[in-house]
Write a protein that binds this ligand. Structure first.
Ligand code: NI
Length: 464
């Protein structure tokens, strides 16, 4: 069912719109919400969803439930723009929560009038209580026509169930129901459509503007205006599109102390700065990108390749892959590869599964080497530059793969010092493929680090 949404940023009417990612790698929590500094109520309303969802997830999944075993719970929160105009912004947020035994999806759409502070909801799209009541009648009728819907649930339709109302391309209204509200969980998510002609007379002036904004495609800022339009990001250089990977450097990690720094979940607003720092120290790294961010910031993907870094696939939705069907796993990988290919004319050759969560089936479906790590400075948890520096430097051994996240400014701030200290210890910074060796990497096999170089291991042997 068509629920209009876009992940393409930035937009003409909200040039300062940012997607903000948060993750808890150990407990399988990932969220991606929107902030618009020029419209503070958007960030406030979006954060309130994230905070309340995380709170309830934490209550249902106390950390010790999974202690010592592979985590089985998962919380995945994501936001999408469904309507954008000069005065109207509609943001649909989805939540997938899996708590041990059962999982389900829920939806909410928040509306904003950029000229008025505060958040608006479904009710504000309608002109009067009578209009709202009539709308509920139409929804109940349309829902009853769906054989999956439990008829009794529709006679007791609750207002709180109608909290995700959007408009499709024809201006019809779509109402998304949370799992288990009006249908059995096995039916999946139910979307009900109410025809445009029935709805128009019921809408408020804001609702009419929201309908127009929801129907129209969202205009994007032309790429050449991007540099000046996005404060806080380095101005975009108009480079030639990069069609091919630079020649691999001649580094033999069997003879040299090598380390592969890897950065997940981006590219984000701080990634440009990180690339500047890596360039200053002539250090290569590997970026495991999530699809929507690659699509949003293709110029950074181009720059990574142009500057000798490697780009890997970190899936589209950052869902824990073992929980998905084979078709969903492939779609997570393929959509992201499409976004990467759009930027650099080639898909990623490496996969890092979100949370490092994998099994034999997902490894096979990866159709690429599966890259894990042996050094985890817990940068997503500490958000503390000193701690990240100390952990990364003290835990790195020759051949290590270090896990970090370029979405955190504390991590980006830690990188110059990590590079200096590891360089002082004699390390060379290489991509994952350089570290492991192109000819040794095998599709469907997992890698957490390179084998210790023969020189290093024989030395250890001598000392015994
Ligand atoms: Ni991740």
């Amino acid at each position: 069912m068509d629920v209009r949404q876009t992940e393409s940023l930035p937009l003409i009417f909200v040039p300062d719109l940012n997607a903000v990612e948060q993750s808890d790698e150990h407990r399988h929590i990932f969220s991606r919400h929107f902030e618009v500094p020029s419209v503070p109520s958007i960030g406030e309303a979006q954060r309130s969803i994230v905070e309340s969802r995380m709170k309830s997830f934490n209550q249902n999944n106390t950390p010790d439930v999974y202690a010592g075993s592979a985590a089985t719970g998962e919380l995945n929160l994501r936001s999408y723009l469904t309507a954008v105009s000069q005065q109207v912004i509609g943001i649909r947020s989805t939540a997938y929560e899996f708590a041990g035994a059962s999982g389900g999806s829920s939806f909410v759409t928040q509306w904003f009038d950029t000229r008025t502070p505060g958040m608006l909801d479904s009710r504000d799209l309608f002109g009067s209580d009578e209009g709202w009541a009539e709308f509920r009648e139409f929804v109940a009728q349309a829902a009853t026509a769906n054989p999956e819907v439990i008829p009794e649930s529709v006679t007791e339709l609750q207002d709180s169930w109608l909290d995700s109302v959007n408009f499709d391309a024809q201006g019809n209204v779509t109402v998304e129901f949370d799992d288990y509200t009006i249908a059995p969980g096995s039916a999946g998510s139910i979307v009900v459509t109410v025809p445009s002609a029935n709805i128009i007379p019921l809408l408020s002036p804001f609702g009419l503007m929201a309908r127009t904004a929801g129907m129209n495609p969202m205009p994007r800022i032309p790429a050449d205006l991007l540099g000046s339009a996005r404060p806080g990001e380095p101005a975009q250089t108009t480079q030639e599109p990069v069609a091919e990977t630079p020649q691999p450097r001649n580094i033999d990690c069997n003879k040299t102390k090598c380390v592969a720094l890897t950065f997940d979940d981006g590219p984000g607003p701080k990634t440009g700065k990180l690339l500047d720092e890596l360039e200053k120290k002539d250090a290569a790294a590997t970026f495991f990108v999530v699809g929507p961010n690659a699509k949003t910031r293709p110029e950074l993907i181009e720059r990574m390749i142009a500057e000798g870094h490697e780009v890997g696939n970190h899936t589209w939705s950052h869902r824990s892959l073992p929980a998905l069907s084979p078709a969903q796993v492939r779609s997570e990988i393929d959509r992201t590869n499409d976004a990467i290919s759009a930027a650099i004319d080639q898909p990623a050759t490496l996969l890092r599964p979100p949370y490092g969560a994998r099994n034999a089936t997902t490894d096979r479906l990866a159709q690429a080497p599966v890259i894990l790590w042996d050094v985890d400075p817990l940068d997503w948890k500490h958000r503390n530059t000193e701690k990240v520096i100390d952990a990364a430097v003290s835990q790195t051994k020759p051949g290590s793969i270090v896990l970090m996240h370029d979405i955190h400014s504390s991590t980006v701030a830690a990188v110059p010092e990590i590079l200096s200290r590891l360089k002082a210890k004699g390390y060379t910074f290489v991509t994952v493929t350089e570290l492991l060796g192109q000819d040794k990497l095998k599709s469907g096999k997992t890698y957490s680090r390179a084998p210790l170089p023969p020189t290093a291991s024989s030395k250890t042997g001598e000392k015994k």
